[in-house]
Ligand binder design. Structure first.
Ligand code: PLP
Length: 379
C-alpha cells in the first residue's frame, strides 16, 4: 500500500499555471469597457438609465436592412458557415478592386491582428508599435513570445520617423493605427505612404483602419490600392465601429494573396459565423447608412467639443468616434461618472492615467455625459 508523502502532497497542490510559458504568464489581460448589465448589477441601476460611451460603438446600431438580413440568416443556424466567406469576399473584392484571395475574414478585426502574429512571428522576433496605441498590438505580440518595441509619441500621435528607426532586421511586424485608438490622432495619406515605402520588404506593416469610415472622404487613405505596390502591407478593417456590428465580430484584412494564404493556414476553419457574414454583405450594400453615421458623429463631436470647452476641460482633437479627455485623476472621475450611470473608458492601462476615453454617442447621451462630467469635476 502506498502512502502519500509530503512531497507528493505538495506536487498535487502546485499551481498548474506555472507550466504555462513565461511570455504567457507575463501578459496583462485586455480590459474591455464595462458592460451595461454589470454596472446595473453593481450600483442597482436600471439598465435603461445607463449611458455607455466606453467602446466606440455606433450608437445607432445597424440599419433595418442589416437586421433583416441577420433575421433571415437565423433560418440556417444548424449549418456551418461558409468557411471561405464567398459572398462577403466577392463584395469586398469588388469594393476595393482586389482579388477575393487577397481578403482574409476575421472574427472581428482583432482576429486579423492575431492571425498576422500567429502566422509570422517566432519567439524573440521584434514587433514595433507606438506608445498609446491599441492594446491588442502588445497582447498579440506577447502571446507569440515576440518582443514588443514601443516607440514614444509626438503630441500623443505616432512618430513615424522614430518608428522607422526602431525597425531592424529582427523586426517582423510594425503596427500602425490610423486613426489611432485611444488618442484619436491621424496621419495624412502622403505621410503614411512615405512611411510604408520606407519599411524593408521583410517587415510586415499592419495598417489598422478600424475608424477609417469616420474620416472625411478626402482624409481616407487609398490603402487597399497600396497593397499592389507594397506586398508587405496588410490593411485591417472592421464592421464593429461605423457599421454598428460590434456584437457579431466581423473584420477583414486586405493583403497580398501569398500573405493571405499564410493567415488562412492558421485561422480556425469557421472563424466567422454565418450571421456576421450575412450582416456584413447587407451592410456593404447600404453605404448611405454609414455616411449618415459619419454625419451624426460629426455633429456629436462638435457637441462634445463645445461642451468640454464650456467646462474648461482639455481634450485631444480626434479623427475617430471618440475623444481623449484630460480630467486629472482618470480613475476617480471614472468612478464618479459610473455613480451617475455613465460608462466611459479609463485609459491608465495605455499610460494615460489623467485621461478618459469617451465615445461620441447620440445627442442625448452626449448631453448626459457632459452633465455628469460637470458634476463629477465639481465635487
Ligand atoms: C475597435 C478596434 C479594433 C477592432 O475591433 P474588432 O471589433 O475586433 O473589429 C481594432 N483596432 C482598433 C484601433 C480598434 O479601436
Amino acid at each position: 500500500m502506498t502512502t502519500h508523502t509530503d512531497s507528493q502532497h505538495h506536487v498535487h497542490h502546485r499551481d498548474p499555471s506555472a507550466v504555462a510559458p513565461e511570455h504567457v504568464r507575463r501578459i496583462t489581460r485586455y480590459l474591455p469597457g464595462k458592460p451595461i448589465g454589470e454596472l446595473a448589477r453593481e450600483f442597482g441601476l436600471d439598465e435603461r438609465d445607463i449611458v455607455k460611451l466606453a467602446s466606440n460603438e455606433n450608437p445607432r446600431g445597424p440599419s433595418a436592412a442589416v437586421r433583416a438580413a441577420v433575421a433571415a440568416a437565423t433560418e440556417e443556424l444548424c449549418r456551418y458557415p461558409d468557411g471561405n466567406g464567398f459572398a462577403l469576399k466577392a463584395a469586398l473584392a469588388a469594393r476595393y478592386a482586389v482579388d477575393p484571395d487577397q481578403i482574409v475574414l476575421g472574427n472581428g478585426s482583432n482576429d486579423i491582428l492575431e492571425l498576422v502574429t500567429q502566422a509570422f512571428l517566432q519567439p524573440g522576433d521584434h514587433v514595433v508599435y507606438s506608445r498609446h496605441a491599441f492594446a491588442v498590438y502588445p497582447l498579440a505580440t506577447q502571446a507569440r513570445g515576440g518582443v514588443g518595441v514601443e516607440v514614444a509619441t509626438v503630441d500623443l500621435g505616432h512618430d513615424l520617423p522614430a518608428m522607422r528607426r526602431a525597425i531592424t532586421p529582427a523586426t517582423r511586424i510594425v503596427f500602425v493605427a490610423n486613426p489611432n485608438n485611444p488618442t484619436g490622432t491621424w496621419l495624412p495619406p502622403a505621410t503614411l505612404e512615405a512611411f510604408i515605402a520606407s519599411v524593408p520588404e521583410d517587415t510586415l506593416i499592419v495598417l489598422d483602419e478600424a475608424y477609417d469610415e469616420y474620416l472625411a472622404p478626402e482624409q481616407q487613405s487609398p490603402s487597399a490600392a497600396w497593397v499592389a505596390r507594397y506586398p508587405n502591407l496588410i490593411v485591417s478593417r472592421t464592421f464593429s465601429k461605423a457599421y454598428g456590428l460590434a456584437a457579431l465580430r466581423m473584420g477583414y484584412g486586405v493583403m497580398h494573396a501569398k500573405v493571405a494564404d499564410m493567415l488562412n493556414r492558421v485561422r480556425q476553419p469557421f472563424n466567422v459565423n454565418a450571421l456576421a457574414q450575412a450582416a456584413a454583405v447587407a451592410a456593404l450594400s447600404d453605404m448611405a447608412y454609414v455616411a449618415e453615421s459619419r454625419a451624426l458623429n460629426d455633429r456629436g463631436m462638435r457637441q462634445m467639443e463645445e461642451g468640454l470647452q464650456a467646462l474648461g476641460v482639455g481634450y485631444t482633437p480626434s479623427h475617430g468616434n471618440f475623444l481623449l479627455v484630460k480630467v486629472g485623476d482618470g480613475g476617480r472621475v471614472y468612478q464618479r461618472l459610473l455613480e451617475q450611470g455613465v460608462i466611459v473608458r479609463p485609459v491608465a492601462n495605455y499610460a494615460l492615467p489623467e485621461h478618459l476615453r469617451v465615445t461620441v454617442g447620440l445627442a442625448e447621451e452626449n448631453r448626459r455625459f457632459l452633465a455628469a462630467l460637470e458634476a463629477a469635476l465639481a465635487r
